[in-house]
Design a protein around this ligand. Structure first.
Ligand code: GRF
Length: 202
């Protein structure tokens, strides 16, 4: 499968996906890394690895117009999937619709807990014993699509938002490539096919 990754920041999840793609039998290939921030750190990492990069700032544009530019760039790259990895933009309904079932996101909480921002602080403030990370399909509602996989991370008594975020990031780097592999290979998975047949029979 061909994947495009969209980022806004340091791109450490993008790097984890990239290095995973170099392992034997990885079922995906990264064909493009795009960003709304021309100075996103991850762009230079991708470029140095020979991956085509694309950046277009969103300032002064409508959400729809910017999404259309990103969509066109992804289509041009030939990608079948969009993998959001710290892409800090709320996407327009039209864009989400176009990539229905083919766009994944990673969110640093055990969804459905703590959608939106400041997830680590909110987990600590709530006295949770575990934080974690979720990978989900993107739907029109923020951080709300079907969950494809999660990884729990124990919260230590002396954790602050920063120390917890750092440890959860390790879990993100394990989980995201694993789930992307599983998802792009789902048609080879007997359980997935059986569930589909059952759903159709209902
Ligand atoms: C990650 O914590 C991810 O879960 C969230 O944004 C952060 C991106 O980090 N959506 P990076 O750019 O991949 O390092």
């Amino acid at each position: 499968a061909k994947i495009a990754i969209l980022i806004s920041g340091s791109g450490s999840n993008m790097a984890a996906l990239l290095y995973h793609s170099k392992l034997p039998n990885c079922p995906y290939e990264i064909v493009m890394v795009g960003s709304n921030k021309p100075d996103a750190g991850g762009l230079s990492i991708a470029a140095a690895e020979g991956i085509s990069i694309f950046a277009h700032p969103h300032k002064g544009m409508t959400r729809e117009a910017h999404d259309q530019i990103m969509h066109d760039a992804v289509i041009k790259s030939g990608a079948d999937y969009i993998i959001l990895a710290g892409y800090m933009r709320i996407l327009s309904a039209q864009f989400v619709q176009k990539w229905d079932g083919r766009m994944l996101n990673i969110h640093p909480s055990l969804l459905p807990k703590y959608k939106g921002l400041h997830t680590h602080q909110r987990a600590i403030d709530a006295g949770d014993k575990f934080g974690g990370v979720s990978v989900h399909l993107v739907t029109a509602e923020l951080d709300d699509g079907p969950i494809l996989g999660q990884c729990k991370v124990a919260i230590l008594p002396d954790d602050n938002a920063e120390s917890l975020a750092k440890r959860i990031l390790f879990a993100e780097h394990q989980l995201y490539p694993h789930i992307v592999c599983e998802y792009v290979s789902r048609f080879q998975n007997p359980k997935y096919l059986l569930d589909k047949v059952r759903a159709l029979a209902l």
